[in-house]
Design a protein around this ligand. Structure first.
Ligand code: CDP
Length: 224
């Protein structure tokens, strides 16, 4: 059967990864969370006190970073490893969320990540989510979805998710983090977050997970 590339871009915490996981499972495709790569790079920079305003320090640090994904049969997900350490869980912390958009705006960081992302899609049969997947990583993807949802709904979803891990996190803190990331991601110079011309808009504010999956599966059927 013909294999395609599905890209899912959109605003912070609007359910991109939920949809991407559902689709990958249904189709037997690989799911790659490109945001996890920027989060892992940020984690490395923070842990090693890298001064990311200094281009040379950034390039040297990137030379020391090896990222790979490994499939975990228990979670049925490709989990991210930073220099052979599974960091899938720790990269979701607020400490990383606070800095990730700043780090992701650095051109050398983007070149580093995008090159690896393009390679992962060479055999197709992949669903990748992020901010610039339909515009920069796979501009020729067969299906591009751009997701959005009302701000308060997005904050509520992420707040509930984060509260399980960290009961001290506040609604306000999550809200300002999402607003700040949306602003930085959509205004940066290199590959800003924007809808590709040939993407299909999906606003899931009022959709259940089942409804959004049906919507996307319908689109895929048309492409296969
Ligand atoms: O929190 P959420 O799941 O919405 O974000 P994420 O997918 O984990 O991405 C975290 C951050 O990485 C984003 O806010 C962007 O700054 C950056 N990112 C990016 O610049 N390009 C991508 N393709 C994916 C993520």
């Amino acid at each position: 059967m013909k294999k395609i590339i599905v890209t899912i871009d959109g605003w912070s915490s609007c359910g991109k990864s939920t949809l991407a996981k559902q689709l990958a499972k249904k189709l037997g495709y690989v799911y790659i969370d490109s945001g996890a790569m920027y989060r892992a790079i940020t984690l490395y920079f923070l842990r090693n006190h890298i001064d990311w305003s200094n281009e040379n320090d950034v390039l040297n640090a990137l030379n020391c970073i090896r990222l790979h994904f490994e499939y975990n049969p228990e979670t049925q997900l490709a989990e991210i490893f930073l220099n052979n350490e599974n960091v899938e869980y720790v990269i979701r912390d607020m400490v990383v969320a606070e800095k990730v958009s700043e780090v992701a705006a650095i051109p050398a960081v983007r070149t580093f990540a995008v090159q690896q992302q393009k390679y992962m899609g060479e055999k197709k049969g992949i669903v990748m989510d992020g901010r610039d997947i339909g515009t920069t990583v796979f501009p020729n993807a067969e299906l591009k979805i751009f997701m959005t949802a009302d701000m308060l709904i997005r904050v509520e979803r992420r707040f509930l998710e984060m509260q399980i891990k960290n009961p001290n996190v506040t609604f306000k803190e999550v809200q300002s983090n999402l607003q700040m990331r949306d602003q930085t991601d959509s205004t940066r110079e290199v590959s800003p977050l924007k809808m590709a011309e040939d993407a299909i808009l999906l606003d899931n504010s009022k959709l259940t997970m089942e409804q959004q999956l049906d919507f996307a599966l319908q689109l895929i059927q048309e492409k296969l």
